[in-house]
Design a protein around this ligand. Structure first.
Ligand code: CS2
Length: 461
């Protein structure tokens, strides 16, 4: 019989909750929780995490007191470590606890990984106040007294955080920092915008309070973290000698670049390797374009060529060539070094021990393509150039929406796919109109997309 993973058995005391995380998944467990665990003042900083819609992670981790095994997958083998910085895991439905943390003066930082979709934004960055879930949440908030906020059910991240802030103001619990950890440019301002838009709809007086009491910090996050497999669970048990319902596989590489103030303090994340900078933008662009952009290109194109994982795809000379051309194209628009970064990326992708499914990366392309690919497309067209790799990524996404390659898992894809039919020129026009409306009418670009569709299909397996 193997041992159960608990704090008592492993001698890990729970640190006081000063960080609340919205949207607990494997990424946060491999990234922010790892940095917090390794900060020199780790024993002062506990994370209370809330799941997304599915309560599974709370069910799995609560019996383990929030502990779990991080499996770092080196190309040469695996390293195992018990992480203990997550001290409580709540299902999203436990909104009473969510509100209580916000109302506590101890709470210093709120972090999020709600993915690009979770911001509920319109293409111009404003809150999508026509989205059914947003409409319902705002209605609920308008009809709820502050002292009853813990008993409501909300679905969207901007509304939840707004509810938390309303409770915090009421409690006089002081200033805090909100630090989104999603793959979006300027994620702090992006989240600020949607929460402020929500506040305007519910209680505009909160805007002024937020200006004085909430700092919206921004960061670039990076660590490739696939979903947990049965083999990971079995291996953790075999090597570590205990049962872990939810170990996390991750790569050795990790980067966190943060900018912003922390009026109520923060862990000494630098002591664990995080960088605190004045301007995140150059790091963010490099990561979003080079890493995430090539991920998306592979996620849509490579399954059509018969590949299932990043490690499979990157050793196919055709895909590798496409990725390297994309790096040159995207890199030429960056203000920072990118050649060494690209070399390191190749090594990360080639790691045969990481089984990163292309179908997982393919999720929610309607939110990812505009952020990862469109800037290069637009910048190059403005210079009169034909960005053939950005074009290839758009063509691959279009093929994906048309039913090729990985299955479509994207609640907002309908906005584009409803316009797609059998005429490739019309399809390319519709997709372009969604990805970069400012390039509407660029017939040369439309032709390039249809040619790229042919090229990708000519390699089909
Ligand atoms: C990936 C990212 O699923 C995706 O869209 O591109 O999750 C990527 O693995 C991380 O951003 C790496 O830091």
């Amino acid at each position: 019989m193997s041992t159960q993973l608990t704090r008592e058995k492993f001698g890990r005391k729970a640190a006081p909750v000063k960080i609340l995380h919205v949207g607990l998944g494997n990424f946060t467990r491999a990234h922010q929780a790892w940095y917090t665990e390794h900060a020199e003042d780790a024993d002062e900083w506990g994370i209370a995490a809330f799941t997304g819609r599915r309560p599974l992670m709370a069910d799995l981790l609560t019996p383990q007191d929030g502990l779990y095994t991080l499996i770092t997958k080196e190309a040469s083998g695996n390293a195992f470590e018990v992480i203990s910085s997550v001290v409580a895991v709540h299902p999203a439905s436990d909104f009473q606890s969510f509100i209580s943390y916000f109302a506590s003066p101890e709470l210093a930082i709120v972090t999020t990984t709600v993915t690009e979709v979770g911001y509920c934004r319109r293409p111009d960055g404003s809150l999508d106040v026509e989205d059914d879930l947003v409409v319902a949440d705002l209605e609920t908030l308008r009809n709820t007294e502050v002292h009853d906020l813990g008993s409501v059910e909300l679905s969207t991240a901007p509304a939840k955080v707004l509810a938390g802030l309303l409770a915090r103001r009421e409690a006089g619990a002081g200033a805090l920092t909100i630090l989104p950890c999603d793959n979006l440019p300027d994620n702090g301002s992006a989240f600020h915008k949607v929460v402020a838009d929500a506040a305007r709809e519910v209680d505009a007086s909160l805007i002024e309070w937020m200006d004085e009491n909430v700092v919206w910090a921004t960061c670039m996050v990076d660590r490739i973290t696939p979903a947990t497999s049965d083999e990971d669970r079995a291996e953790a048990e075999q090597v570590q000698g205990y049962t872990d319902a939810s170990p996390v596989p991750t790569e050795p590489f990790s980067e966190w670049v943060i900018s912003g103030q922390f009026p109520a303090g923060r862990p000494n994340w630098e002591s664990a390797g995080a960088q605190i900078v004045d301007d995140v933008e150059p790091y963010e662009q490099r990561k979003l374009w080079m890493l995430n952009g090539s991920h998306s290109l592979m996620a849509y194109a490579a399954p059509i060529l018969g590949h299932e994982t990043v490690a499979d795809a990157i050793v196919d000379p055709v895909v590798r060539g496409w990725v390297q051309s994309w790096w040159e194209e995207a890199g030429s628009g960056l203000s920072v070094e990118w050649e060494d970064y690209a070399k390191a990326l190749l090594e990360r992708y080639e790691n045969p021990n990481i089984r990163h499914l292309l179908a997982q990366i393919a999720h929610d392309g309607s939110q990812k393509i505009p952020v990862r690919i469109a800037p290069t497309l637009i910048n190059q067209r403005k210079q009169g150039l034909m960005p053939s790799s950005a074009v290839k990524a758009v063509a691959a996404w279009m093929l994906h929406l048309l039913g090729n390659g990985a299955p479509v898992v994207d609640k907002n894809a309908e906005k584009v796919s409803s316009k797609l039919g059998s005429d490739m020129v019309e399809n390319a026009t519709a997709v372009l109109d969604y990805v970069a409306p400012e390039l509407n009418g660029d017939s040369e670009l439309v032709n390039a997309i249809t040619a790229a569709v042919e090229e990708i299909l000519s390699h089909r397996k």
